[in-house]
Design a protein around this ligand. Structure first.
Ligand code: HEM
Ligand code: HEM
Length: 509
């Protein structure tokens, strides 16, 4: 540039970016975080499905608040759904019918909200199990695991409060259960139940109270936790699966901008679109066919949403025990399930701390485990899932009995026995499968892949030709600590059998 040339005027965009940088430090932030690396693995999409379905829940939830009336005052229905014309019902139920039949697009948004809730919890459970099986919860990510776990715990209750709002016969039956469970709390149960419901069941307050919790308190806490969860993901950097060039100290993948942002943006619309498609074609919670809630009625086949089915199962299969101590009646038939239900979740929440304690492994880990290389952890995870599923079947014992033409007592007893036996069997079988897979990996590393080509050697022996694995695969299969369990097992089964030398060999040596 000569002395007479003046520097080119910055463009509008550059000036705006300078203005923002001067006030918010955006350039420094961008320089630091826009190049943040994201590993490329399909399982990372599970966290995104949680995030996007949560966003859809908030968007549709805010829309629903415009039309929903959280009130248990009685009104007479005169809307477009003629079978219920002239029926007395709560304002909450009447407004849910209005959303479904009289508000334009209302049914679609209601169904979208409900389907997103189902997918949201399913995505959280799957995301959690993927982190469980791959050990990403180890130091330094234990706190982030707890944040995630809290999100799951709150999500379950958020769903319960949500489907209690319309005050239809099904949701009222769920509320009746909540009332019964509260009553079973020793000593203070009756007081607690009256306090929560504002009087004898059903009272006049519960819908309004659940409404405040559902639209304000819990989503607020959850949104804050999601932000903290994601900040910690950025702070700790991503974990990654072992592979060539991947170490405990680096992250291999694509940068946030532009690659990841484009992919994530596209994936958001894919999730949103898929949820909308489901909501458009698949009916969910058709409250008009259940009718308004009446305390003297209960519908058959009353189930909670799937994610709380395991809690329902615990109650259904528990014998109706009752004891009287010092003048107080303890309803053990309800109290024990009510205590076990959170404990099942708490076990998975504190698992990282239990594992660190038992394995005495307090090192940092940024490379993920292959589940087979941690047979005990994998077996614990599989048996936890099996218990969850068995109890879920117990929660639908009436449906299972009618669909399979069985007696309900048979199903209940099968679940009672199964909840102890199946997780134990699953534990043993999963652990053996993991050890078997480890041995197969070892075979592959030592002897290569079977090619299916059989060769005859000059002296007549037949051998199968093996092809050594490529370096990348060899690296992936061997980039883990050799667990003690396998070494013990392998010594027995893989070491070549000791041969007694023949007479000629002995003489030649
Ligand atoms: C994790 C987040 C959430 C979950 C799991 C969830 C779940 C649910 C469920 C299952 C229902 C019953 C829907 C039905 O009628 O079939 C519901 C209803 C409702 N939700 Fe949510 N929700 C969430 C967040 C929100 C938010 C953030 C808002 C508002 C800001 C909201 C507002 C509502 C309203 C107004 C209803 C009653 C309307 C109706 O039932 O049609 N929800 N929610
Ligand atoms: C609203 C619910 C949740 C959202 C939006 C969410 C979102 C995410 C996202 C986007 C990531 C980064 C990508 C990935 O590793 O998959 C992540 C990482 C993580 N999540 Fe979640 N998550 C949620 C719930 C949970 C739950 C229920 C758990 C377990 C109990 C959990 C545990 C973790 C852990 C340990 C990481 C760090 C993994 C790493 O650094 O590689 N999250 N989460």
């Amino acid at each position: 540039m000569t002395a007479t040339e003046r520097p080119a005027e910055p463009g509008k965009g550059e000036r705006l970016s300078g203005w923002l940088d001067g006030r918010l430090g955006t350039r420094t932030l961008g320089a630091k975080y826009l190049r943040k690396v994201f590993p490329d693995h399909w399982s990372f999409l599970l966290g995104e499905i949680c995030l996007y379905s949560f966003v859809v829940l908030i968007l549709t939830g805010v829309w629903l608040t415009l039309f929903f009336h959280p009130s248990m005052n009685e009104v007479t229905y005169h809307g477009s759904y003629t079978p219920l014309n002239g029926v007395r019902m709560s304002e909450a139920y009447a407004s849910t019918l209005d959303i479904s039949f009289d508000v334009r697009g209302g049914l679609l948004i209601r169904q979208l909200h409900h389907w997103s809730a189902l997918v949201f919890v399913a995505a959280m459970l799957t995301h959690m199990m993927r982190h469980f099986f791959t050990g990403s919860f180890r130091k330094p990510r234990e706190v982030n695991w707890l944040f995630g776990w809290l999100l799951l715990f709150l999500g379950l209750f958020e769903g319960l409060f949500g489907y209690s709002l319309p005050d239809d016969l099904l949701s009222g039956t769920g509320l009746r259960f909540v009332y019964g469970a509260t009553l079973s709390v020793p000593i203070v149960g009756t007081y607690l139940a009256l306090f929560l419901f504002g009087g004898e069941f059903p009272g006049h307050d519960i819908v309004a109270r659940f409404y405040s919790l559902h639209i304000l308190v819990i989503p607020g806490i959850m949104a804050a936790l999601v932000v903290a969860h994601l900040i910690l993901v950025v702070y700790h950097k991503h974990t990654q699966f072992a592979g060539p060039g991947k170490t405990e100290r680096n992250v291999v993948g694509t940068p946030f901008f532009p690659v990841y942002l484009a992919k994530a943006g596209g994936f958001f619309f894919l999730v949103f679109g898929a949820l909308t498609l489901i909501a458009a074609v698949a009916s969910i919670n058709p409250v008009w066919s259940y009718g308004p809630y009446r305390a003297d009625q209960v519908s058959t086949g009353a189930q909670p949403d799937w994610y709380l089915g395991f809690a329902e199962g615990l109650v259904r299969v528990m014998p109706g025990w009752e004891v009287t101590l010092w003048g107080h009646t303890l309803i053990l038939g309800v109290l024990i399930p009510v205590v076990i239900f959170p404990l099942l979740l708490v076990f998975i929440g504190v698992y990282p701390f239990l594992e660190a304690r038992f394995t005495k492994d307090r090192r940092e880990h940024h490379l993920l485990d292959r589940p087979r290389n941690r047979p005990v952890r994998t077996a614990i995870g599989a048996s936890w899932i099996s218990l969850y599923l068995i109890l879920l079947a117990g929660g639908g014992n009436d449906i299972v009995a009618t669909r399979l033409h069985l007696s309900i007592n048979t199903v209940t007893w099968a679940v009672r026995i199964g909840m102890f036996v199946v997780p134990a069997v699953v534990f043993v079988v999963t652990r053996r499968i993991c050890l078997g897979l480890q041995l197969r990996d070892r075979e592959l590393v030592l002897h290569g892949r079977e090619t299916g080509v059989i060769k005859r050697l000059p002296h007549g022996e037949y051998v199968e030709v093996h092809q050594p694995l490529d370096q990348a695969r060899l690296h992936t299969l061997t980039a883990h600590e050799r667990p003690g369990e396998l070494v013990e097992h392998a010594r027995v089964s893989l070491d070549p059998p000791r041969r007694t030398p023949s007479g000629s060999e002995r003489s030649s040596s």
